[in-house]
Design a protein around this ligand. Structure first.
Ligand SMILES: *[C@@H]1O[C@H](CO)[C@@H](O)[C@H](O)[C@H]1NC(C)=O
Length: 187
Protein backbone atom coordinates (compact mmCIF):
# COMPACT_ATOMS: atom_id res chain seq x y z
CA UNK A 1 0.00 0.00 0.00
CA UNK A 2 2.50 2.57 1.14
CA UNK A 3 4.89 1.46 -1.56
CA UNK A 4 2.30 1.95 -4.28
CA UNK A 5 2.10 5.55 -3.37
CA UNK A 6 5.81 6.02 -3.13
CA UNK A 7 5.96 5.41 -6.86
CA UNK A 8 4.22 8.70 -7.34
CA UNK A 9 5.99 10.34 -4.50
CA UNK A 10 9.58 10.19 -5.50
CA UNK A 11 8.57 11.21 -8.92
CA UNK A 12 9.45 14.80 -9.51
CA UNK A 13 12.88 14.98 -7.96
CA UNK A 14 14.57 15.97 -11.19
CA UNK A 15 12.13 18.79 -11.70
CA UNK A 16 12.53 19.84 -8.11
CA UNK A 17 16.23 20.29 -8.44
CA UNK A 18 15.75 22.18 -11.69
CA UNK A 19 13.26 24.35 -9.92
CA UNK A 20 15.70 25.03 -7.12
CA UNK A 21 18.34 26.13 -9.54
CA UNK A 22 15.86 28.30 -11.38
CA UNK A 23 14.97 29.92 -8.09
CA UNK A 24 18.57 30.50 -7.18
CA UNK A 25 19.19 32.03 -10.58
CA UNK A 26 16.14 34.25 -10.20
CA UNK A 27 17.16 35.54 -6.79
CA UNK A 28 20.92 35.85 -6.81
CA UNK A 29 20.98 37.71 -3.53
CA UNK A 30 21.15 41.24 -2.18
CA UNK A 31 20.07 44.50 -3.68
CA UNK A 32 16.44 43.86 -4.48
CA UNK A 33 13.77 44.37 -1.85
CA UNK A 34 11.49 41.33 -2.01
CA UNK A 35 7.81 42.10 -2.59
CA UNK A 36 5.50 41.06 0.23
CA UNK A 37 4.84 37.36 -0.22
CA UNK A 38 1.42 36.07 -1.29
CA UNK A 39 -0.62 34.05 1.18
CA UNK A 40 -0.99 30.25 0.94
CA UNK A 41 -3.74 29.31 -1.49
CA UNK A 42 -6.12 26.44 -2.23
CA UNK A 43 -5.90 24.16 -5.25
CA UNK A 44 -9.19 23.73 -7.13
CA UNK A 45 -11.32 21.26 -5.16
CA UNK A 46 -11.48 19.01 -8.19
CA UNK A 47 -9.25 18.81 -11.21
CA UNK A 48 -7.63 16.41 -13.61
CA UNK A 49 -4.06 16.45 -14.82
CA UNK A 50 -1.61 14.48 -16.88
CA UNK A 51 1.49 14.10 -14.78
CA UNK A 52 4.84 13.04 -16.18
CA UNK A 53 7.14 11.12 -13.90
CA UNK A 54 10.40 12.91 -14.61
CA UNK A 55 12.44 10.37 -12.71
CA UNK A 56 11.16 7.56 -14.92
CA UNK A 57 12.30 9.47 -18.01
CA UNK A 58 15.88 8.65 -17.06
CA UNK A 59 15.14 4.93 -17.09
CA UNK A 60 13.88 4.91 -20.68
CA UNK A 61 10.55 3.69 -19.39
CA UNK A 62 8.64 6.94 -19.15
CA UNK A 63 5.51 6.86 -17.01
CA UNK A 64 2.55 9.16 -17.18
CA UNK A 65 -0.27 9.43 -14.69
CA UNK A 66 -3.71 10.62 -15.60
CA UNK A 67 -4.89 11.96 -12.29
CA UNK A 68 -8.50 12.74 -11.45
CA UNK A 69 -9.06 14.31 -8.10
CA UNK A 70 -12.30 15.22 -6.37
CA UNK A 71 -12.03 16.56 -2.85
CA UNK A 72 -15.81 16.69 -2.26
CA UNK A 73 -16.07 12.96 -2.96
CA UNK A 74 -12.69 12.28 -1.35
CA UNK A 75 -11.78 10.36 -4.46
CA UNK A 76 -8.57 10.19 -6.45
CA UNK A 77 -8.13 8.05 -9.55
CA UNK A 78 -4.75 7.56 -11.19
CA UNK A 79 -4.37 5.81 -14.48
CA UNK A 80 -0.78 4.76 -14.92
CA UNK A 81 0.45 4.82 -18.51
CA UNK A 82 3.71 3.86 -20.07
CA UNK A 83 4.79 6.20 -22.79
CA UNK A 84 6.15 4.83 -26.04
CA UNK A 85 7.26 7.41 -28.58
CA UNK A 86 5.97 8.69 -30.88
CA UNK A 87 3.00 9.71 -28.81
CA UNK A 88 1.64 6.29 -27.93
CA UNK A 89 0.72 5.14 -24.47
CA UNK A 90 -0.14 1.81 -22.90
CA UNK A 91 -2.25 1.52 -19.78
CA UNK A 92 -0.41 -0.27 -16.98
CA UNK A 93 -3.00 -0.06 -14.23
CA UNK A 94 -5.58 2.16 -12.59
CA UNK A 95 -5.49 3.09 -8.92
CA UNK A 96 -8.76 4.15 -7.33
CA UNK A 97 -8.25 5.77 -3.99
CA UNK A 98 -11.54 6.05 -2.13
CA UNK A 99 -10.61 8.04 0.96
CA UNK A 100 -14.20 8.28 2.16
CA UNK A 101 -14.38 4.48 2.56
CA UNK A 102 -10.65 4.17 3.29
CA UNK A 103 -10.10 1.66 0.52
CA UNK A 104 -7.67 1.51 -2.35
CA UNK A 105 -8.44 -0.51 -5.49
CA UNK A 106 -5.83 -1.44 -8.04
CA UNK A 107 -7.13 -2.54 -11.42
CA UNK A 108 -4.56 -4.15 -13.67
CA UNK A 109 -4.52 -3.71 -17.44
CA UNK A 110 -6.12 -7.15 -17.76
CA UNK A 111 -8.95 -6.14 -15.42
CA UNK A 112 -7.90 -7.94 -12.23
CA UNK A 113 -8.85 -5.93 -9.19
CA UNK A 114 -7.20 -5.94 -5.79
CA UNK A 115 -8.37 -3.90 -2.85
CA UNK A 116 -6.52 -2.82 0.24
CA UNK A 117 -7.28 -0.57 3.18
CA UNK A 118 -6.19 3.03 2.73
CA UNK A 119 -4.52 4.16 5.93
CA UNK A 120 -3.76 7.82 5.27
CA UNK A 121 -5.83 10.89 4.50
CA UNK A 122 -6.29 12.63 1.16
CA UNK A 123 -4.22 15.75 0.63
CA UNK A 124 -6.36 18.77 1.46
CA UNK A 125 -6.79 21.35 -1.32
CA UNK A 126 -5.67 24.23 0.89
CA UNK A 127 -2.06 24.57 1.86
CA UNK A 128 -1.53 24.95 5.62
CA UNK A 129 -1.10 28.52 6.92
CA UNK A 130 2.47 27.59 7.76
CA UNK A 131 3.34 26.93 4.10
CA UNK A 132 6.61 28.59 3.16
CA UNK A 133 6.66 30.81 0.08
CA UNK A 134 9.72 30.05 -2.05
CA UNK A 135 9.19 32.66 -4.75
CA UNK A 136 8.01 33.12 -8.29
CA UNK A 137 9.74 31.51 -11.21
CA UNK A 138 9.03 30.21 -14.69
CA UNK A 139 9.67 27.45 -17.19
CA UNK A 140 10.58 28.26 -20.74
CA UNK A 141 12.67 30.81 -22.55
CA UNK A 142 12.38 34.30 -24.01
CA UNK A 143 8.82 35.22 -24.84
CA UNK A 144 7.62 31.66 -24.35
CA UNK A 145 7.47 31.23 -20.61
CA UNK A 146 5.00 30.05 -17.99
CA UNK A 147 5.12 31.72 -14.60
CA UNK A 148 4.29 30.06 -11.34
CA UNK A 149 4.67 30.60 -7.62
CA UNK A 150 6.35 28.00 -5.49
CA UNK A 151 5.51 26.81 -2.01
CA UNK A 152 6.69 24.15 0.39
CA UNK A 153 4.81 22.61 3.31
CA UNK A 154 4.63 19.46 5.39
CA UNK A 155 1.80 17.20 6.50
CA UNK A 156 2.64 15.07 9.50
CA UNK A 157 -0.80 13.89 10.52
CA UNK A 158 -3.41 11.29 9.49
CA UNK A 159 -0.92 8.66 8.38
CA UNK A 160 1.18 11.12 6.41
CA UNK A 161 4.72 12.34 6.85
CA UNK A 162 5.39 14.26 3.68
CA UNK A 163 6.95 17.45 2.44
CA UNK A 164 5.35 18.84 -0.67
CA UNK A 165 6.99 21.46 -2.86
CA UNK A 166 4.62 22.75 -5.45
CA UNK A 167 4.49 25.38 -8.18
CA UNK A 168 1.04 26.89 -8.75
CA UNK A 169 -0.33 29.40 -11.22
CA UNK A 170 -0.54 32.82 -9.58
CA UNK A 171 -4.17 33.56 -10.43
CA UNK A 172 -5.91 30.21 -9.79
CA UNK A 173 -3.52 28.21 -7.62
CA UNK A 174 -3.49 25.35 -10.12
CA UNK A 175 -0.53 23.03 -9.47
CA UNK A 176 1.84 22.73 -12.43
CA UNK A 177 4.96 21.12 -10.96
CA UNK A 178 5.30 19.23 -7.71
CA UNK A 179 7.49 16.98 -5.70
CA UNK A 180 6.35 14.99 -2.69
CA UNK A 181 8.88 13.25 -0.49
CA UNK A 182 8.24 11.21 2.63
CA UNK A 183 5.91 8.40 3.51
CA UNK A 184 2.20 7.81 3.26
CA UNK A 185 0.57 5.04 5.22
CA UNK A 186 1.54 3.42 8.46
CA UNK A 187 3.74 0.61 7.18
C1 LIG B 1 8.82 12.33 9.51
O1 LIG B 1 9.93 11.93 8.78
C2 LIG B 1 11.12 12.56 9.20
C3 LIG B 1 12.22 12.20 8.20
O2 LIG B 1 12.24 10.83 7.96
C4 LIG B 1 11.43 12.12 10.61
O3 LIG B 1 12.62 12.72 11.07
C5 LIG B 1 10.28 12.55 11.52
O4 LIG B 1 10.49 12.06 12.82
C6 LIG B 1 8.97 12.00 11.00
N1 LIG B 1 7.89 12.62 11.76
C7 LIG B 1 6.84 11.94 12.20
C8 LIG B 1 5.79 12.75 12.90
O5 LIG B 1 6.73 10.74 12.04
Amino acid sequence: MASEVKVLIGVFLVLASLLREALLAEFPGEGVAPPSPPTPCCFPSSFQATVADMRSAATGNMRLFEVYRDWEKRLQVQRVLEFAPPGQTTAVMTMIMDFQNAVHHMVSASGDCQSQPLDYAMLEPCMPETAQYLGQTYLGFGGDTTNFQTWSFTRTDKGRNITMTVGVTASDCVPVVETIVGTLGLS
